[in-house]
Design a protein around this ligand. Structure first.
Ligand code: ADP
Length: 212
């Protein structure tokens, strides 16, 4: 590798854990210290596939459950050329949800195994760090009402949380659990510290493949 590559940092967690808030703050703080950084969010609702997903999430259309899982995965794969280009140029990627959300959400539905759900995402660029923002359902509830999108119910979110916990048992991925019940600035401080050390560790490592 001619230059130091960027790091791939993912934020995961249930709805209202603070992922979007923290992604934005992390991007700002990296920019302030002169780091090249780019923010991505999955699903990326701007692509043709993303528009199908968006319509489904907004309950404007119905899709068969396996089909929608594969669309979410395809939505990640279609961004892979851009992701690799950015990383190789030395840009750090901060990603709001990734394959782990894909697996946690579909496998929270009846009759879906984690193994089946992981298969289409095997080989995606592997994150150097996955920050799991941990928040109890009760604390999440205090952050406001659920919206009207599909999956925004407390019973479903609790099942999703259980699936994330199963995924975190696996040590092939660099999971770091962050207490998301602290103040926005405290959470940011922890996330920034963990991210800076991942950045340094990633610099001279090739980009690995997820779950392979
Ligand atoms: P997510 O992207 O995980 O769904 P958001 O970043 O959109 O979560 O945050 C959900 C809500 O909770 C927002 O109103 C946000 O301002 C608020 N919030 C985020 N982090 C905290 C925090 N640490 N303490 C209190 N409220 C928070």
């Amino acid at each position: 590798m001619a230059c130091k590559r960027g790091a791939l940092i993912v934020l995961e967690g249930v709805d209202r854990a603070g992922k979007t808030t923290q992604c934005t703050k992390l991007v700002e703080s990296f920019r302030e210290v002169g780091r090249e950084v780019h923010l991505l969010r999955f699903p990326d609702r701007t692509t043709t596939i993303g528009k199908l997903i968006s319509s489904y999430l907004e309950n404007k259309s119905d899709l068969e459950d396996h089909t929608v899982h594969l669309l979410f995965s395809a939505n990640r794969w279609e961004l892979v050329p851009l992701m690799k280009k950015k990383l190789e140029e030395g840009t750090t990627l901060i990603i709001d949800r990734y394959a782990f959300s894909g697996v946690a959400f579909t496998s929270a539905k009846p009759d879906f195994s984690i193994e089946w759900c992981k298969a289409p995402d095997v080989g995606l660029p592997k994150p150097d760090l996955v920050l799991y923002l941990q928040l109890s359902p009760a604390a999440a509830a205090q952050r406001g009402e659920f919206g009207t999108e599909r999956y925004e119910t407390s019973s479903f979110q609790q099942r999703v949380q259980g699936r994330f916990e199963q995924l975190m048992d696996e040590n092939s991925v660099n999971w770091q659990v962050v207490d998301a019940s602290q103040s926005i600035d405290e959470v940011h401080g922890n996330i920034k510290r963990l991210s800076l050390s991942a950045l340094t560790a990633a610099e001279h490592q090739p980009i690995a493949e997820l779950w392979r």
